[in-house]
Structure formats: structure tokens, C-alpha cells
Design a protein around this ligand. Sequence first.
Ligand SMILES: Nc1ncnc2c1ncn2[C@@H]1O[C@H](COP(=O)(O)OP(=O)(O)O)[C@@H](O)[C@H]1O
Ligand SMILES: Cc1ncsc1CCOP(=O)(O)O
Ligand SMILES: [Mg+2]
Length: 272
Amino acid sequence: MESKEWSSGVWTHLTAVRRRSPLVQCITNLVSMDLVANTLLSAGASPAMVHSIAEVPDFTPHIHALCVNVGTLTPDWLPSMKAAAELASQLKKPWVLDPAAVSCSGFRLKACLELVELKPSVIKGNGSEIIALSSASRSHTKGADSSHESTEAIEAAKSLALSSGAVVAVSGAVDIVTDGKRVIGVHNGTKMMQKITATGCSLAGLVAAFLAVDPLQPLEATVSAMSVFGIAGELGEAMANGPASLRMHLIDSLYGLDETTVLNRVRITSLG
Ligand SMILES: Nc1ncnc2c1ncn2[C@@H]1O[C@H](COP(=O)(O)OP(=O)(O)O)[C@@H](O)[C@H]1O
Ligand SMILES: Cc1ncsc1CCOP(=O)(O)O
Ligand SMILES: [Mg+2]
């Protein structure tokens, strides 16, 4: 695809999210709930942090997309995640798995592998998370932060995409998105985003919102979400004094993104 087509696709996806305001159920970690919800709201989507298993049968049939993030997983949360994921898959609603800190325990790795079996549309992790999940081993244990560049995880991402049937997205300096055949690089974003907790989680939530408006093109929707979030970070950084004010300006920038800015700033390339 030409770079112009990617840019107009990004803008089309963002305007669709703003117009349709998809309902995104998030079963996310305790650290990230606030930033994920605010990111979704500023993009035009409607977040709902509904995580009790008692509510899944009533609520999940009405959502447009689901985001499951295991960042603060406990044994009592896992059944809710599985129930919501299973129902979303059955009802053909797109859902995103963020295997946050997958390497930190055998319990978490096993849980993530079981969630992958429930057919996520997209798996979004950082380099270390995707390498660990793809090899089903916990060789790297830095917790929620990555000790790998996203580009080091390309082969792992392709292999995970082919074995799971999901689009796999690796966040980092260059965001990588692959369906196992195509590999796309999104070159938007800023290093300081790593210094705000839950930016990766918020990106996973945003991917779910973009999938909701284009469920049949998960690779394109994921690329668009990553580019939009990166552009908001770039604009935010220009106004920020450090991570705390970047957090605020990132949300404001996402809310205020206009067509000219998006078309001028999208940086997407094919990596193979
Ligand atoms: N070095 C970097 N340069 C530009 N953007 C980055 C960099 N590192 C992370 N980002 C951006 O920060 C956001 C969060 O990604 P990341 O820090 O990889 O997630 P996680 O918090 O899950 O580890 C993404 O939008 C990503 O593009
Ligand atoms: C610090 C931390 N600990 C468990 S989950 C979490 C948040 C991770 O957020 P992100 O993956 O977006 O950096
Ligand atoms: Mg993360």
C-alpha cells in the first residue's frame, strides 16, 4: 500500500471511531484503568471497565469490542477474562489480548497461553512479551517493561500470528504489526511515552476501538490505532515538561487531532 493510502486509512478509521463511538469492554489491570478509559474517551470511543464474571452474560453481548489485559492478574480475575473472551469470539466481536508482563510467573504465562486459545483478533505486547508468548517460555523477566527492541521480536511476532490466527502488534520505537505474512512498521511516537505507566495498555484499548469500526481488516485497524496514538504522543511532547504533563497533553492531542495533522504526520512503511 502507498503511504498516502495508509494516511487516508488512518484518518478514515479515526473519524469512524468518533462517529460511531464503539462500546469497548476493558478487563484491564488496576494500574491502567484510568488512562485506558481516558484514552478511549478522547478518541471518541465509549469505555466500560466491566470485569465481574457475574456481568459478562448480560453485558458482553452488547459491546463492540473487548480488551483483556493481564497486567495485575489474580486467580479470581482469570475466569472473567476467559468468559468474556469466549463470548466475544462466539459472537464474532473483535477482542485484543495484552499479555502484560507475561514472563513474570508460570501462572501468568499459562493464563496467556489459554487466552490465546480463545482466538483474540489482535495480540498487542512489547518486544519481550511477544518473544516470551511466542516461545511459550519465561526467559526474560523484566516485568511490564521491555528489555527488547520491537524489531528484535519480528520473527516471534510472525510465528505467533501464524500459530494463533491473530494479528500481532509489537509496540516500541517502531511499532510492528503482522498477520504472519505482511509486516508493517509504524514510526510514530516518542520515547518519553515509555515513562508513563499504562501507555501500552491504553494503546491496546485503542486498538480494540479501531477494530470495532473495521473488524474485517484487523491489520489495517491496528496500524491506524498505533499511528494515531503515536501522533498524539508526538504532539503532546511538544507541549510537555516531562512524563506527567505528557500524559495530559497526549490525551488533549488525541482529542483534538485534525485531518491535516494526521495526513502530514502518519509514518507507516512496509517492512516485508
Ligand atoms: N523509543 C520509542 N520511540 C517512540 N515511541 C515509543 C518508544 N517506546 C515506546 N513508544 C510508544 O509508546 C507507546 C507504548 O509502547 P510501549 O512502551 O512499548 O508499551 P508497554 O508499555 O506495553 O511496554 C506506543 O505507542 C509506542 O509506539
Ligand atoms: C507497572 C505495571 N505493573 C503491572 S501492570 C503495569 C502497567 C503496565 O502498563 P504498560 O504495559 O502500558 O507499561
Ligand atoms: Mg504493556
